[in-house]
Design a protein around this ligand. Structure first.
Ligand SMILES: Cc1cc2nc3c(=O)[nH]c(=O)nc-3n(C[C@H](O)[C@H](O)[C@H](O)COP(=O)(O)O)c2cc1C
Ligand code: SF4
Length: 678
């Protein structure tokens, strides 16, 4: 029976019929190898196609010229060798029923002068971009001639490869740098009035259209209001769009804002703790003012909002990009009436920060995303049903129980606390980051769906575990805070768990010492400062929280600025002593012998966790594998070998922070690849 769901209605984009209204908008996951969309890249998009998406857009910021070197693993569209790779990807996506297009761009100054072919970056003005810090060369006429030609040949390669279309990127890159009065000023060689500023972008559109012919879809992803005093405003943007449509643009993907700094980019791609779909109404207004079909993505994270956008005619096509990184089968679940089983995008923006930190976009709580070569998004039934006991219902234990349950095993999940979640529950105590609890809630719901027996408030010792007569035991007991700093007075300090759990409410002058570099110290600082404490955040690092990336740091920095938190870099806590009614914190430095003192009321130390591994070590001698993990089998997602002469009756594994202090993604990845093969 045909569906009446607005999201599932087909849409005709020029000659291309999309099977539904849901799009994965252009994004670069940094999965390219040698600048090519090889197997990893292809399988990532193929999974979304299998999962029901109408249109998947590849090649976020795929580059047209060598003087636009990749900033984060972008595809090299200026190389002919890309065509067969694109063709294979397109064929596979088509076979799975989806359409596929590629974003095409010249990054301008939004990359590095010190990478790729080391050609100087070009821009209409000599202005430096705050985010990438590169100083560009002012473009000359010959630069524009060759770049226009490069755009045209890149577009032609996409067409030759059998893609359904392309999209030109026009926010924060070279194309829009010309039409924006903020980056192409009166005094710049190609600046001046509206006509001067739109001349280069128009040449690009015209050359691309001429190269691909009339029957190929050419879209434009454009900031329709740069939201800055000197930037492109809505009226001029609409005027420019009208020209580009006349020159050959077939659809518009609406962006609002600009991306030149971490702060503005974080507004364009909003994270948790911000309103849902902040620019949807704006996109709807733009749709009413233009003649071409309109798509838009920006934190339309839930199906109800996406459906509303289509039903109310705000959009023709709705982008759900991070939501399909979290769950590439989102559309299939909608079609199957299983919306409640969609793995939620919690807006952690771990995916974006991971591009720079680990060189690949990974979802905080879907470890299979981007790893389709080895991991499945849907678990097949295991060949033999086994009895499994998982100890600890933090992210690692919940994921283990969920996966084992999905594979059809009989699973008991034991949790000492009254509620599941472990450190994720603690982190979600931050009002701004409370959506993190979706990581826990979804797993609890899925685990129950698969018949997992979750027992909270159950302290597991060896006898409790053995009473279940398990074949497999997974210890996911997490870590415990380690507030050591290696100096006098460790007994005088608090840890960040004390603060986040609400066990203590430090007031007055608080020194937070972060020798970990991730979110916990920042969360504790934000919470303390919001409650009125006068906080100084001290780190021995040369930058603040190096493991918190540019998409997550803006919200912390805003909170710190609003609450006047003092930030102190390159200082190491070397001692704490009592004095009067308070404490004296002694701050040394790795760079000098000079020690300074701070008179405070409390010191809070964040230093990661130490494994809570007592139970594991007690179980090791009783197990058949002594807790050993065969790494080749783990990495190949093959069953762990069973020792033929082993006396123990169960296999024993340890995952997550029970092994060592890491993060949520590491915890779920540990669990997924181990349990997928049980
Ligand atoms: C890992 C990642 C990389 C991205 N790279 C690009 C890009 O290269 N070009 C682009 O136009 N948008 C890029 N985006 C933005 C997405 O296309 C989309 O606009 C954004 O994620 C907001 O939509 P969502 O809330 O549905 O995820 C990227 C997003 C992510 C998560
Ligand atoms: S990392 Fe966070 S924002 Fe990114 S896809 Fe996963 S849940 Fe969504």
């Amino acid at each position: 029976m045909p569906s009446h769901d607005p999201l599932l209605q087909p849409f005709r984009l020029k000659h291309v019929t999309l099977r539904n209204r849901v799009v994965s908008t252009s994004h670069e996951p940094a999965y390219a190898e040698d600048g090519m969309p090889k197997d990893r890249y292809r399988l990532y998009h193929h999974e979304k196609a299998v999962g029901g998406v109408g249109l998947t857009m590849i090649g976020g910021s795929a580059v047209v010229s060598p003087d636009s070197p990749p900033a984060f693993g972008n595809l090299l569209l200026y190389r002919d060798e890309i065509v067969p790779w694109l063709r294979r990807l397109a064929d596979d996506v088509h076979e799975a029923g989806a359409a596929v297009m590629c974003q095409v761009t010249h990054l301008g100054r939004r990359t590095s002068n010190f990478t790729g072919d080391w050609l100087p970056l070009v821009h209409p003005s000599p202005l430096r971009e705050p985010a990438h810090r590169s100083v560009p060369k002012v473009a000359e006429a010959w630069d524009l001639d060759r770049i226009v030609a490069d755009y045209a040949s890149a577009a032609q390669r996409c067409r030759d490869a059998g893609l359904d279309g392309i999209e030109l990127q026009s926010y924060g890159h070279l194309f829009d740098a010309f039409h924006s009065p903020a980056t192409n000023r009166d005094q710049d060689p190609f600046g001046g009035g509206f006509e001067e500023r739109t001349a280069f972008p128009r040449r690009v559109v015209q050359a691309v259209r001429a190269a691909v012919g009339p029957d190929f879809v050419v879209g434009l992803r454009m900031s329709m209001d740069e939201d800055s005093a000197d930037g492109l405003g809505r009226e001029e943007a609409l005027r420019a769009l009208g020209l580009y449509v006349g020159d050959g643009v077939d659809f518009l993907s609406v962006i609002r804002g600009s991306i030149g700094s971490d702060a503005t980019l974080a507004r364009v791609i909003p994270s948790m703790g911000t309103p849902s779909a902040p620019f949807l109404d704006f996109a709807g207004e733009i749709r009413r003012a233009t003649s071409v079909p309109v798509m838009h993505a920006s934190r339309i994270s839930d199906v109800a909002t996406a459906r509303h956008a289509i039903r109310e005619g705000l959009l023709d096509l709705v982008g759900m990009t991070r939501p399909q990184m979290a769950d590439p089968h989102l559309v299939a679940k909608v079609a199957a009436g299983e919306e409640d089983r969609i793995r939620p995008c919690v807006g952690a923006n771990y995916c974006l920060d991971a591009i720079y930190r680990s060189g690949e976009a990974t979802c905080i709580h879907n470890a299979a995303t981007g790893r389709e070569q080895t991991l499945l998004h849907v678990q097949p039934a295991a060949p033999r049903r086994r009895r499994a006991v998982v100890v600890g219902a933090g992210p690692a234990g919940l994921e283990a129980a969920r996966v084992l349950g999905e594979r059809g095993h009989q699973v008991v999940l034991l949790e000492a606390a009254d509620h599941p979640g472990g450190q994720v529950r603690l982190a979600s105590a931050s009002v701004r980051r409370r959506d993190l609890i979706g990581i826990v809630d979804w797993r609890v719901s899925e685990a129950k769906h698969h018949g997992v027996d979750l027992r909270c408030g159950t302290w597991a010792d060896v006898a409790t575990v053995l009473a279940e007569e398990p074949d497999v035991v997974v210890v996911a007991t997490g870590g415990l805070p380690d507030p050591t700093f290696g100096g006098e007075g460790e007994h005088l300090v608090l840890d960040t768990w004390d603060v986040m759990s609400g066990a203590v409410h430090p007031q007055g002058r608080v020194l937070v010492y972060d020798d970990h570099g991730a979110e916990p110290a920042l969360d504790a600082t934000e919470l303390l400062a919001a409650r009125g404490a006068l906080v100084e955040l001290v780190t021995p690092e040369r930058m603040l929280a190096p493991d918190v990336g540019s998409m997550n740091s803006p919200a912390y920095l805003r909170a710190f600025a609003e609450h006047d938190v003092t930030l102190t870099l390159a200082r190491r806590l070397v001692g704490v002593r009592r004095e009067g009614g308070g404490l004296v914190a002694r701050l040394g430095s790795g760079y000098t012998d000079l020690v300074v003192e701070r008179h405070v009321d409390h010191v809070v130390v964040e230093h990661g966790t130490l494994p809570n591994d007592e139970l594991y070590h007690e179980l090791v001698p009783l197990s058949s594998n002594r807790g050993a993990v065969d790494h080749p089998a783990l990495l190949g997602v093959r069953p762990q070998p069973v020792a033929p002469d082993a006396a123990g009756t169960f296999q024993l594994f340890r995952i997550g922070d029970a092994v060592t202090s890491r993060n949520i993604h590491a915890a779920v990845y540990d669990a997924l690849r181990l349990c997928s093969a049980v």
